[in-house]
Design a protein around this ligand. Structure first.
Ligand SMILES: *[C@@H]1O[C@H](CO)[C@@H](O)[C@H](O)[C@H]1NC(C)=O
Ligand SMILES: *[C@@H]1O[C@H](CO)[C@@H](O)[C@H](O)[C@H]1NC(C)=O
Ligand SMILES: *[C@@H]1O[C@H](CO)[C@@H](O)[C@H](O)[C@H]1NC(C)=O
Ligand SMILES: *[C@@H]1O[C@H](CO)[C@@H](O)[C@H](O)[C@H]1NC(C)=O
Ligand SMILES: *[C@@H]1O[C@H](CO)[C@@H](O)[C@H](O)[C@H]1NC(C)=O
Ligand SMILES: *[C@@H]1O[C@H](CO)[C@@H](O)[C@H](O)[C@H]1NC(C)=O
Ligand SMILES: *[C@@H]1O[C@H](CO)[C@@H](O)[C@H](O)[C@H]1NC(C)=O
Ligand SMILES: *[C@@H]1O[C@H](CO)[C@@H](O)[C@H](O)[C@H]1NC(C)=O
Ligand SMILES: *[C@@H]1O[C@H](CO)[C@@H](O)[C@H](O)[C@H]1NC(C)=O
Ligand SMILES: *[C@@H]1O[C@H](CO)[C@@H](O)[C@H](O)[C@H]1NC(C)=O
Ligand SMILES: *[C@@H]1O[C@H](CO)[C@@H](O)[C@H](O)[C@H]1NC(C)=O
Ligand SMILES: *[C@@H]1O[C@H](CO)[C@@H](O)[C@H](O)[C@H]1NC(C)=O
Length: 850
């Protein structure tokens, strides 16, 4: 459904830090739910159940932790009517126990990791289940039996046909006892959510699988099979196997193999290591295959006639490999294909016109390649096409009405980030109803696209930077019954947001699904409409860089699901309402560049998940509250620049171990710089924040990206920037030596204070420093020679202090030749100032004669 789920890429979080991929990642998270399916609630029958089975179920229930009271119906005599139980209509035995946690299905996992909603848990499972003597169907999926092993007694449930333990948190070696289930047709112990639920199942020997001779569907997704030698031998023993999922099992897939499994119709080998980086020849013998998934296998080279005999192939997924356009041409011969995924490969040049041979194609994914030229006319002839994703290529041309005439079935159109434009008449009535439209940076203005009026099923609409200079028309939003994500940022939209907010909020209350709203970088005026507070499902709200005025509506605190809120760079005023303290899921809060005044509401100490807090450029008048250090312990990025904060920097700040950016510049802070700043562990490290932090704020890069180059902190990747900026305050005392432990520091600015004493000798430890500004203080003594060892230093300012002696020379310092960086120090000499008197020349080892 949503093909672009990088959660399914095992290495995604380990290897990816490029903004581009993050961007993609964010897009996906905004638009996708995890595609999983429960079998749904079991139906009850009219039997009063068998007493021993009732007892067994009660014992089983008692071994579970059921915080959300999901099993509240498990009372009374008739266990056949309990939720999740089905009995055989003739003999009254329990045949089905379905405790699949369907609550978890619609779950949104944006909110800082995955909250288990209505999960059953427990530290053991009661073996009383074996008393359900003819149980055929057991589903415990999507629960949290975190840390326990799959119980061996399950192997005694001999009548089982269906066993689903997926996404349920089981760990350890899979018990071989499961091999006794000789009637089993469906076995799923995989983890489709592996980056979220820690799956630590392993199997070092698949002999038990070989015994499951009735098996038709087997999913071992993410079970660690790296220690098993006999994987394919075991699988070959399963004569009825139709669907096999071995995604991310740590397999080494052999190039040569004897396979005789012609029954196999669905095979997923994605994210495993292939011995040879070309498609293994044995695949070609799987002539019954309908669905083949080889994502992220790093395969490339020629495919020759691999697919020639796979005349039943309907779905081919080669996402994240290295295939080129000649392979795509070969694939265009598989006329049975309905879905082709070749995104993130080495596709260059034009989309081959042979694509038109795939007459049955409903889904085509070619994003993130280097395709150029115009889209071939044969593609517009694919009348069955529902999904077309060609974003992030270099395609050119003007798209207009006639291209789409035959695409009546189209529901997802992804064309962002190409050199395309879309020009259609204002009276265009497209033949399709789109659900997903992403066309960021595709020129289509200046009028607001009138054809959107005809699209009544939109879930995702991304039209960032499409050159619209217009007001939002009154019809827009009225029929957004399905809208989940809207991005109209970076246009020249003008006028008030009021009628738009009213229209969107007026959608039937039950139906509101909108999760993210990006309207930044436009010219909206007026106040923040209170109607926005009715969008209770919002997780991201970005209204930054507009001309909004007035105060923050108190009701914004009702948006309990907000993960990211940005109101930066508007003309908002008044106090920050204490209701914002209700937003306990908030990870990112940008209020900078407004006219907020008054104190910080103490309710903000409830925002314990905050990682980014930017209150810069306002008129907030307060001391720096100690609760920032005590309570906001996840903070990575704290910016209070240019306000009226006074008093000292609390020592409690040193509890912010994750802090990477601390900017308190341009306030009226007094007192000493705390000595405990070496507690900022992230600044002690030279490494960028580990990529798993990305999980926590999917949205901030979309926000940060938009910040342009105004601040150095913003212009860098937030994951890697490390800075301390305390300039323009009234700080006194010496520069604490402890700061010299922060060897990852890149920006260090203490200018315009009243600091005295010497520049610490160990300043040379800060090898990552790019900017060092200690100007306009009262520092005295010599400049430590170790300064010349700062090889990344590109900006230095030591002017207007009381420094004396020779300026160290050599290395990077030689490139900093502007004398003004030293001026205003009476006693300094040497390049680039006047040369030193003979007796003050620095010697080889940097010490001066005296
Ligand atoms: C097992 O359960 C999961 C989650 O409920 C579901 O997505 C999956 O399709 C099930 N597996 C089988 C083989 O039915
Ligand atoms: C089952 O019970 C319901 C009422 O509880 C009744 O309407 C229905 O006819 C019964 N069905 C059978 C098959 O007995
Ligand atoms: C599952 O349970 C464990 C142990 O109780 C807990 O640490 C973990 O957070 C839970 N997982 C989820 C997703 O709720
Ligand atoms: C199964 O039921 C019998 C009697 O009904 C009982 O003695 C036994 O303990 C039960 N077994 C388990 C594992 O609960
Ligand atoms: C089930 O399998 C286990 C391990 O494979 C074996 O030791 C046991 O004897 C089997 N039990 C039955 C009842 O077949
Ligand atoms: C497949 O080949 C294996 C030998 O590798 C053999 O033991 C097995 O019986 C064969 N299965 C079928 C279904 O022919
Ligand atoms: C494919 O099948 C043919 C005919 O059954 C057999 O001769 C050949 O060895 C098989 N090739 C591979 C790679 O398994
Ligand atoms: C496609 O199939 C035709 C006919 O079988 C063949 O002549 C042609 O070479 C094939 N093209 C590719 C690119 O494999
Ligand atoms: C398209 O890309 C190919 C291969 O990268 C290149 O040779 C060709 O010049 C490009 N064509 C255009 C029109 O840019
Ligand atoms: C906006 O789109 C134009 C193409 O229409 C592109 O050149 C420009 O780089 C885009 N700007 C941003 C900020 O993405
Ligand atoms: C420094 O960090 C430790 C935890 O690593 C914490 O216990 C201590 O209180 C912090 N120091 C200060 C002065 O806050
Ligand atoms: C800064 O604080 C000092 C007292 O520490 C006070 O005298 C001064 O007026 C304050 N300056 C401003 C601009 O608020």
């Amino acid at each position: 459904m949503y093909q672009r789920n990088p959660m399914r890429h095992p290495n995604f979080l380990d290897t990816t830090s490029s903004l581009l991929s993050l961007f993609l990642f964010i897009t996906i998270l905004v638009t996708s739910q995890i595609p999983l399916g429960c079998t749904g609630q079991a139906h009850s029958s009219n039997f009063t159940c068998i007493e021993s089975e009732r007892q067994a179920l009660l014992q089983f229930r008692d071994s579970l932790i059921d915080e959300s009271n999901r099993l509240s119906s498990w009372i009374g005599e008739d266990c056949c009517s309990w939720d999740g139980i089905s009995c055989n209509k003739v003999i009254g035995h329990v045949v089905k126990l379905d405790l699949c946690n369907s609550e978890q299905l619609g779950f949104e996992f944006y909110s800082h990791w995955y909250h288990c909603r209505s999960c059953l848990a427990g530290d053991h499972l009661s073996p009383s289940l074996v008393n359900l003597t003819i149980l055929r169907h057991l589903d415990l999926s999507l629960n949290n039996f975190s840390g326990i092993r799959i119980p061996t007694f399950l192997g005694l449930l001999k009548d089982l046909r269906y066993l689903n333990l997926s996404n349920a948190g089981f760990v350890g070696e899979v018990p071989h006892h499961l091999g006794n289930l000789s009637h089993l047709r469906y076995l799923d112990i995989g983890v489709a959510l592996r980056r979220i639920i820690q799956n630590k199942l392993t199997s070092n020997d698949l002999e038990w699988v070989a015994r499951l001779s009735s098996l038709e569907t087997l999913s071992l997704n993410s079970v660690d099979l790296s220690g098993a030698q006999d994987v394919f031998r075991a699988i070959n023993m399963l004569p009825l196997l139709k669907a096999l999922d071995l995604e991310g099992c740590g397999l080494t897939v052999p190039h040569l193999l004897h396979v005789n499994s012609t029954s196999l119709s669905s095979l997923d080998l994605s994210a495993n290591q292939f011995i040879n980086p070309t498609i293994p020849p044995w695949l070609r013998n799987l002539t019954g295959l309908q669905d083949l998934n080889l994502r992220f296998c790093y395969l490339g080279g020629e495919v020759h006639d691999t697919f020639e005999q796979m005349t039943s192939l309907v779905k081919l997924d080669l996402y994240g490999n290295r295939f080129d356009t000649s392979t795509l041409k070969c694939i265009c011969n598989i006329s049975s294909l309905t879905s082709l995924q070749m995104s993130e490969n080495n596709l260059q040049g034009s989309i081959p016109s042979e694509i038109g041979q795939l007459r049955k194609l409903t889904r085509l994914y070619l994003f993130f390649n280097e395709l150029n030229g115009t889209i071939p006319s044969s593609l517009w002839e694919l009348t069955k096409l529902q999904t077309l994703e060609v974003d992030r290529n270099s395609l050119t041309g003007v798209l207009s009405e006639h291209h789409f005439v035959k695409l009546r079935e189209l529901n997802s159109l992804y064309i962002s980030y190409n050199f395309l434009s879309l020009h259609v008449s204002s009276s265009w009535v497209p033949p399709f109803q789109l659900r997903h439209i992403t066309m960021d940076s595709i020129e289509t203005g200046p009028q607001f696209p009138n054809w959107l009026r005809t699209q009544k099923e939109i879930e995702v609409l991304f039209m960032q930077n499409v050159s619209i200079s217009d007001a939002i028309p009154s019809w827009f939003g009225v029929h957004f019954n399905y809208l989940k994500a809207l991005d109209l940022s970076r246009n020249n939209l003008e006028g008030s947001l009021k009628s738009f907010a009213t229209a969107v909020a007026d959608v039937d209350k039950e139906a509101i699904k909108i999760e993210s709203l990006y309207l930044s970088y436009n010219r909206f005026t007026g106040s923040i409409p209170e109607d926005l507070c009715r969008l209770k499902t919002l997780m991201v709200l970005d209204l930054s860089n507009n001309h909004l005025s007035g105060s923050i509506p108190l009701c914004l605190g009702n948006l309990r699901h907000l993960v990211a809120l940005s109101l930066s760079d508007n003309n908002l005023c008044g106090q920050i309402p204490s209701s914002l303290g209700n937003l306990e899921e908030l990870g990112t809060l940008h209020l900078s560049g407004n006219k907020f005044d008054g104190k910080l509401p103490s309710s903000m100490q409830n925002l314990i998940r905050l990682q980014i807090l930017d209150l810069g450029e306002n008129g907030i008048k307060d001391i720096i509250p100690v609760w920032i250090g005590e309570r906001l312990s996840d903070l990575k990025f704290l910016r209070l620049e240019s306000n009226n904060f006074r008093g000292g920097i609390p020592d409690k700040f040193c509890q912010l171990l994750h802090l990477q950016v601390l900017n308190l510049a341009h306030n009226n802070l007094s007192g000493f710089i705390p000595h405990c700043f070496n507690n900022f562990t992230m600044m002690v490290s030279r490494e960028a924040a580990s990529a798993d932090l990305l999980m926590i704020n999917y949205f901030e890069l979309r926000l940060l990206n938009l910040k342009g180059g105004r601040e150095l902190e913003y212009s860098k990747n937030l994951l890697s920037v490390k800075s301390i900026i305390l300039s323009a305050n009234n700080l006194v005392g010496e520069i604490p030596d402890e700061i010299m432990d922060l060897v990852g520091l890149q920006i260090f600015n203490l200018s315009k204070n009243h600091l005295n004493g010497r520049i610490p000798q160990k300043i040379g430890n800060l090898k990552q420093l790019e900017t060092l500004d200690l100007s306009m203080n009262e520092l005295n003594g010599e400049i430590p020679p170790s300064l010349s060892g700062l090889n990344s230093l590109s900006s230095l300012n030591l002017s207007y202090n009381k420094l004396s002696g020779p300026i160290p020379s050599g290395n990077q310092l030689q490139t900093l030749t502007d004398p003004s960086i030293y001026e205003g120090n009476i006693g300094l000499c040497g390049k680039p100032l006047n040369s030193c008197p003979a007796d003050e020349l620095p010697t080889e080892n940097g010490r001066t004669h005296s």
